[in-house]
Ligand binder design. Structure first.
Ligand code: GRF
Length: 203
């Protein structure tokens, strides 16, 4: 089976990107990061990519007349790098129709809560404020909603009385770094089948 080529979109520190690059470099997921793209020039994710010798591209939203044009610029980079699967890893924008159409059912995202609870920004904080006893993280395919696409894998963590938002977020992040590479591996192995809202994982 040929190695799956990943295009990672990230806006921030890039710890999920790092977990994916590490798993890929260790030969664990049948995939390699072909390119990293950010809408933030100073995103540490870009630095992580450079350090790993992976092409790192900054695309400024403000340089384009419309979201479609901005996404066409990203799409060009994805195509130039023969990207098979797009992985959102702390990418702080909703993916629009240009990328969605080009990569239909070939875009994943990681969210730091148990969807469909606490979508959108600050999932960890929303869960902590709400007072849930368990939270976690979710890897899902991306559709045109906000964190609404078919769920691939979730991991659950307990919430303790002593927790702060930060301690809970750290517990969740540890699981993010496990389940995102795992979801990519399953995809690379051709084991994910989407049927309506559901994703079935072949044994
Ligand atoms: C993670 O918590 C992820 O779940 C969310 O954004 C954060 C990105 O963190 N989508 P990092 O940039 O991967 O460290």
């Amino acid at each position: 089976m040929s190695t799956l080529r990943l295009g990672v979109l990230a806006s921030g520190r890039g710890s999920n990107l790092q977990s994916i690059m590490d798993a890929a470099a260790a030969g664990k997921i049948g995939a390699k990061v072909a390119v990293v793209i950010s809408d933030k020039e100073d995103a540490f994710a870009l630095e992580r990519a450079r350090l790993a010798g992976i092409p790192a591209k900054y695309v400024s939203f403000g340089d384009y007349a419309s979201k479609d044009d901005y996404e066409r610029a990203i799409l060009d980079i994805l195509k130039q790098n023969d990207v098979d699967l797009v992985c959102l890893a702390g990418y702080m924008r909703l993916v629009g129709r240009i990328i969605l159409e080009a990569y239909n059912n070939r875009i994943m995202n990681i969210h730091p809560a148990l969807l469909p609870s606490f979508p959108g920004l600050h999932g960890q904080e929303q869960a902590w404020e709400y007072g849930v006893k368990y939270s976690g993280c979710t890897v899902h395919f991306v559709d045109n909603g906000m964190d609404t696409g078919p769920i691939i894998i979730q991991a659950v963590v307990p919430v303790y009385d002593e927790d702060t938002v930060d301690s809970l977020a750290a517990r969740i992040l540890e699981q993010e770094h496990i389940i995102y590479p795992e979801a990519i591996r399953l995809y690379a192995e051709g084991r994910l089948r989407i049927q309506g809202r559901k994703v079935f994982i072949a044994k």
